[in-house]
Design a protein around this ligand. Structure first.
Ligand code: PRX
Length: 631
């Protein structure tokens, strides 16, 4: 039986059984569907205590040979990538596998000509243009470690990420288009680089012809450099456990974490999960609306689809420009078969009325997916009826930057689906729900902490430069388990993700640590202290509610808001702006000085009838004044 391509419930059951009984034989079988320069000698070697996780050790491969070269002989003229520009009046780009291969080779040679080598870290800060995908693959081809930073982050956030992993180069563009806006990109990079001594090279792709500064001996134009290089570049042989990329994500504490993924295991799992979750079959047109700056873009815009010789659509723009029908027009224009988006996009389009989606055909859609946050029942129903026309399974895919690939999800229509449930784990994935004492909960309907009890090939290997932190955050809460940070419960074996149980917010599918936003707010000269919590938001899922204490002096509310928001925009970016700012006379603290967030959460949610135990508060009277000041 071919367990790489699951088409029935029976095959799914067999795969689960095989993976549980003998994971090494199962994953070896899955790995044999890829091209290895040399096969690994040890499938799995692991210890969650250290943590140490090795898959396919001793194996040699290059992921780009699997994404590109191995398809060329038979499928060289298949379309690999369709690029739909921000402005529908501008022409789209279609690149065949042959063309993408050449583009990646040229980009690789440009990187090499700049002295960039295997193991070097390369930051990529670029809008959603084809060169972003090409740049990512070029790094992988020469064995450089890419660190993509979402182009909505501020210069300070970019600098922090560049410095954490001492990148030697940045790949960027002059400017970018986003809806009706034309935004600077290179200028932001220039600002960041005033504090990044490790950067030797900046490769600039021309996108909007904006007037930018090029620094001599550091900055080069890509369109000039590519004229001088060959269109073939051999793929660097990589060990299975060599780093493929770093991707920064937020945790409970202030500093973002550089999540490390390695070559072999990531490739094996991401290609496998893509094929089965989306039931991708040859000739299908697949579209994921995420940005490559997030893990969804890495795994399911670039690597997963290309590993399967799929056609992947990349969209530069936003769902509401020039009008709220843009997503559906694109689906019809390219006859999209699999469509993958986030609940926040669904809710924002829902709010703009049904006419946009009703006037589209959408008849080619076969599977529609959701990712990034819990999807509420209203959004699920709307998505199923209006987009899926009650004819497409919804795959609600639960996973994380750290997991590398989709962990719990429907597989097309193979398994039963239930609104708001992510569903069953993929074969080889062993999620469990633990109670506060670390005991596995076997009963249905009881909420606990979602953990994973056995390694899977695409799991994070470490936090860049800080394995102790990796151990502390993920492997020390519950002995012998990977702790996800999410709460979940189960019904008939199906998992429902309830949301984060730590101090991480999920705002429009973007992850922020409360401490990270507080640090940003505290950099405002007007603020002495702040506390940030999430509250239910009808479109974003969670909104950001900031309670702040001010320095003494007379400050108008308007001045305070401007100062706080610009502090956040400068430190992190527009995406982390608080939705609500409340000036507080004092924050609710225990006698030992700890802020009781539980109380602030209740106030932000407007749920103040029962505040629970407040006896440990230093000054219980702050509660009333906070309730009175609620926005
Ligand atoms: O809380 C979960 C939520 O997003 C978190 C992971 O965020 P990030 O690393 O940015 O990756 C997002 C894209 C994979 C998780 O800890 N999350 C992700 N998918 C779902 C989800 N919550 C509920 N349902 C989902 N399908």
């Amino acid at each position: 039986m071919n367990l790489f391509e699951l088409s029935t419930r029976k095959e799914y059951n067999t795969a689960c059984k095989n993976a549980a009984e003998n994971p090494e034989i199962f994953w070896d079988d899955i790995a044999s569907h890829y091209h290895w320069q040399k096969k690994g000698f040890k499938t799995l070697d692991w210890d969650f205590k250290e943590p140490k996780i090795n898959w396919f050790q001793g194996g040699k491969l290059n992921i780009t040979e699997n994404c590109l070269d191995r398809h060329l002989k038979i499928n060289g003229e298949t379309i690999a990538l369709i690029w739909e520009p921000n402005n529908p009046e501008e022409s789209e780009i279609r690149m065949t596998y042959n063309e993408l291969h050449i583009a990646v080779c040229k980009f690789s040679n440009v990187l090499k000509s700049q002295g960039i080598n295997k193991g070097d870290r390369v930051a990529i800060y670029m809008p959603m243009i084809p060169e972003l995908t090409v740049g990512v693959l070029a790094c992988a081809r020469i064995g450089a470690i890419h660190s993509v930073v979402f182009a909505g982050f501020s210069s300070q956030a970019l600098a922090e990420r560049i410095n954490d992993s001492t990148c030697c180069a940045v790949l960027t563009s002059d400017g970018m288009y986003r809806g009706s806006k034309n935004l600077a990109v290179k200028t932001t990079v220039d600002e960041a680089l005033t504090s990044c001594p490790s950067i030797k090279t900046v490769v600039v792709v021309k996108r909007d012809n904006s007037d930018i500064q090029m620094m001599a001996n550091r900055d080069i134009w890509y369109h000039e450099a590519e004229l001088n290089v060959s269109d073939y570049c051999p793929a660097e042989p990589m060990d299975s456990e060599d780093m493929l990329f770093i991707l920064y994500t937020s945790g409970s504490t202030g500093k973002p974490k550089g999540i490390v993924h390695t070559c072999g295991g990531y490739m094996v799992y991401v290609g496998y999960s893509f094929k089965n979750v989306f039931q991708y079959r040859k000739g299908d047109i697949y579209w994921c609306t995420a940005d490559v700056g997030w893990i969804t873009g890495h795994s399911y815009i670039i690597y997963g689809p290309l590993l399967n010789c799929a056609t992947t659509l990349i969209f530069e723009g936003i769902p509401t420009w020039p009008n709220a029908g843009r997503f559906w027009e694109i689906c019809d224009k390219y006859s999209v078969n699999q469509f993958y988006t986030a609940p926040t996009a669904i809710r924002s389009l829902m709010a703009l009325g049904n006419k946009w989606v009703e006037s589209a055909s959408l008849k080619t859609l076969k599977v529609i997916g959701s990712v990034g946050e819990p999807i509420n029942k209203e959004a699920w129903d709307w998505y199923e009826k209006l987009v899926g026309r009650s004819n497409c399974p919804i795959v609600d895919t639960w996973w994380q930057t750290e997991t590398g690939g989709i962990m719990i999800s429907g597989l097309g229509d193979i398994n039963e689906q239930r609104a708001t449930f992510a569903g069953l784990p993929l074969p080889g994935i062993h999620p469990v729900i633990l109670d506060v004492n670390g005991i596995e909960i076997s009963d249905d309907g009881i909420e606990g902490h979602l953990c994973i009890k056995f390694p899977w090939p695409s799991m994070l290997r470490t936090i860049y430069g800080d394995n102790q932190r990796c151990k502390h955050v993920y492997f020390s809460n519950y002995d012998g388990y990977y702790f996800t940070g999410d709460g979940a419960k189960r019904e008939d074996g199906m998992f429902r993700i309830v949301g984060r149980v730590d101090d991480v917010l999920n705002v429009s599918g973007h992850r922020f640590g409360t401490a990270e936003i507080e640090n940003a707010i505290n950099s405002s000269t007007l603020v002495t202290e702040s506390a940030v919590v999430g509250y239910p938001h009808p479109v974003k899922g969670q909104g950001i509610y900031a309670f702040i204490s001010l320095e003494t002096g007379n400050h108008s509310e308007k001045d305070v808001n401007i100062s706080v928001i610009s502090a956040v925009v400068e430190s992190i970016g527009h995406i982390a702006k608080p939705d609500i700012i409340q000036i507080a006379q004092g924050l609710p603290k225990t006698r030992s000085g700890k802020i009781m967030r539980r109380i602030l959460r209740k106030i932000a949610e407007g749920n103040t009838e029962d505040m629970g135990d407040t006896s440990t508060l230093l000054d219980p009277s702050v509660i009333d004044s906070l309730i009175q000041g609620k926005k």
